[in-house]
Design a protein around this ligand. Structure first.
Ligand SMILES: O=C(O)c1ccccc1N[C@@H]1O[C@H](COP(=O)(O)O)[C@@H](O)[C@H]1O
Length: 218
């Protein structure tokens, strides 16, 4: 089994960026939507100049953005991926693709309709992020969904040759259980935070567990 791709999301300070840049995630995510983790693109751009390692892929998380909102962020920051975490339509996603020509991941909340939505969106996206639905919250909830549904999501993503990240409430404590589903991507924000900031001990604990799991599985 190969190691899942890792994304650390909700980086919202220079210190968060320093900690996550020197860790082992491939992707770092920034929230450009209403959230306590919302960041300003020009601020992120200045933080990036302060970190030694620029090799991470940068993901911008948006909720129902207008093209001009996307333009404002992409004008200040070179993003590698746009993550759409709202109720964007197929037509809106197509329009984002045509404007920006970078990979798009659609976040879908785990509900009885999620597989139908994967079928609906697969032609216009490069990947899916499956997250928990908690009331009206968009993401960053720190709550897991019923993981027994993960195999269905992975199978569908594989059929359509799309990336599939599992999000929502993943922590160093539960990641080993998650790995038993042979997930292809892990996306977490709250689970590596302490007092609302990214925590080095939590990142280290999570990565140790990921490494041990891969080692044991060989
Ligand atoms: O993190 C946020 O505040 C957020 C706000 C609006 C949309 C998405 C958001 N985060 C996404 O939520 C999951 C991670 O959540 P968790 O904290 O690990 O439970 C991830 O997809 C983030 O991109």
């Amino acid at each position: 089994m190969s190691s899942p791709e890792l994304k650390y999301c909700g980086i919202h300070s220079l210190n968060d960026l320093k900690l996550t840049s020197s860790a082992n995630a491939t992707y770092l995510g920034f929230i450009f939507a209403p959230s306590r983790r919302k960041v300003d693109p020009s601020e992120v751009s200045s933080w990036l100049k302060d970190v030694a390692d620029h090799s991470k892929k940068l993901v911008g998380v948006f909720v129902n953005p207008s093209i001009s909102e996307n333009e404002e962020v992409l004008g200040a920051l070179k993003l590698d991926v746009i993550q759409l975490h709202g109720e964007e339509t197929v037509e809106e996603i197509k329009s984002v693709r045509e404007h920006f020509h970078i990979p798009i991941w659609k976040a879908l909340h785990h509900t009885p309709k999620t597989t139908l939505l994967m079928e609906k969106f697969h032609n216009v996206v490069d990947g899916f992020v499956i997250d928990s639905r908690v009331g009206g919250q968009r993401g960053g909830t720190g709550v897991t969904f019923d993981w027994s549904h993960i195999p269905v999501y992975l199978k569908l993503a594989k059929k359509y040759q799309k990336k599939c990240f599992i999000a929502g409430g993943i922590t160093p404590e539960n990641v080993q259980h998650l790995l038993s589903y042979e997930v292809t991507g892990i996306d977490l924000s709250s689970g590596i935070e302490e007092k609302n900031s990214k925590s080095l001990p939590k990142i280290q604990q999570l990565e140790e567990r990921l490494m041990n799991h891969v080692h044991i599985s060989r």
